[in-house]
Design a protein around this ligand. Structure first.
Ligand SMILES: *Cc1c(COP(=O)(O)O)cnc(C)c1O
Length: 360
């Protein structure tokens, strides 16, 4: 078996220990004689998997009592619609645009009501988080939406916006569980899990109780109502059982690593190692220093052809999926929780070699 260093933005690398455990249990889950994929979602063994996953997640994030956790299908993109469908009363919402996914969320919101952009860094190609000074949050806005870590551009909110009392809704897909997070500052947090937590197709949604409503003002499909999923403990229909099982294993792995404080330390160590080199090299960093993400590191050379060569050559060194998103070009190293410092060091070693040979 040969494992590569996988810098994919998502689906992304998972902890080897977790994959091995899943492999061991694949044919016979806890002496049931069945795979977890073949077991009823209403059975005791799966019930325990789900319960433990929720409990471990609550524990990791120290989620306050007055927040609910649900597993939803359809990834983060489905939540772009679920957010307005569940939260709009005045049919007005304010969005901060900081990249590709926040723009997608905004466009989806516009399908349901009057959505307004209250800050944007689009004019600067999203190389930084827009200024959050004195945001023109509307008096009757139902919520303010941000994408907290911009997977494509490699930027992250280092402070949260002042939403003037309106619920803050955050897409945390690519920074979820990468560091401690004060959940009480948010109305809703959602995350597609394939960046930092598990296999694709699943979103975790954390919702403050008072924002879970029965009497919605928009015709909302039963499956997209958060209330449906909250009342049914994420078991309204057959959930993504395998996805939940894998997320549960990753939560246990995170606890074993020492929790989110420890992950933050490890993630910062990896990111600093890479940025320190980058800043002293002939590569060009894409994101502005004060907005940098510790999960997605974007950089390029001065020549798209050299960028392509970089990605080709990297492969020969076992460095995979390092190509930047087509909206940005260049390279992107996604260094989520499961990426090791060893992997980052291997990348930097290769970058040094390539720099010596090709960059003037
Ligand atoms: C990947 C990503 C999404 C889209 O997730 P899907 O599960 O593919 O819908 C949304 N937001 C952010 C920040 C992402 O990184």
């Amino acid at each position: 078996m040969k494992r590569v260093f996988n810098f994919s933005a998502g689906p992304a690398t998972l902890p080897l220990d977790v994959l091995k455990e899943a492999q061991e249990e694949l044919l016979d889950f806890e002496n049931s004689g069945m795979s977890i994929m073949e077991i009823s979602h209403r059975s005791k063994p799966f019930e325990i998997v789900l319960e433990e996953a929720v409990a471990d997640l609550r524990d990791l994030l120290k989620i306050p009592e007055n927040y609910k956790v649900i597993f939803c299908q359809g990834g983060a993109s489905t939540q772009f619609a679920a957010v307005p469908m569940n939260l709009m009363k005045n049919k007005k919402a304010d969005y901060i645009l900081s990249g590709l996914f926040s723009t997608k969320a905004y466009k989806e919101g516009c399908l349901f009501g009057d959505c307004q952009v209250i800050a944007s860094s689009k004019d600067d190609n999203f190389t930084h988080i827009p200024s959050l000074d004195n945001l023109p949050v509307r008096e009757d806005a139902d919520y303010v939406h941000i994408c907290e870590n911009n997977t494509v551009y490699g930027t992250k909110f280092h402070t949260l916006p002042d939403t003037k009392g309106k619920p803050l809704v955050a897409d945390q897909s690519s920074c979820f569980l990468s560091e401690p997070c004060d959940v009480s500052k948010y109305g809703v947090i959602y995350a597609g899990v394939q960046k930092n937590v598990g296999p694709a197709g699943l979103a975790i949604v954390i919702i403050r109780e008072d924002l879970i409503r029965e009497d919605l003002d928009i015709v909302t499909p039963t499956m997209l109502k958060w209330k449906t999923q909250v009342d049914a403990d994420s078991l309204y229909n057959t959930p993504n059982c395998f996805g939940i099982y894998m997320c549960g294993k990753v939560f246990k792995w995170l606890k074993k690593q020492g929790g989110l404080e420890e992950m933050k330390k490890k993630n910062e160590e990896k990111a600093n190692y890479l940025y320190d080199y980058l800043d002293h090299s002939k590569y060009i960093a894409v994101a502005d220093k004060d907005s940098r993400s510790i999960m997605n590191v974007t950089f390029k050379t001065s020549d798209p052809e050299l960028d392509a060569l970089f990605c080709e050559e990297a492969k020969k060194h076992g460095i995979i999926s390092i190509k930047g998103h087509r909206a940005v070009g260049g390279m992107r190293a996604s260094i989520y929780n499961a990426m090791t410092l060893e992997g980052v060091k291997a990348l930097v070693e290769f970058m040094k070699e390539f720099e010596k040979e090709h960059l003037k």
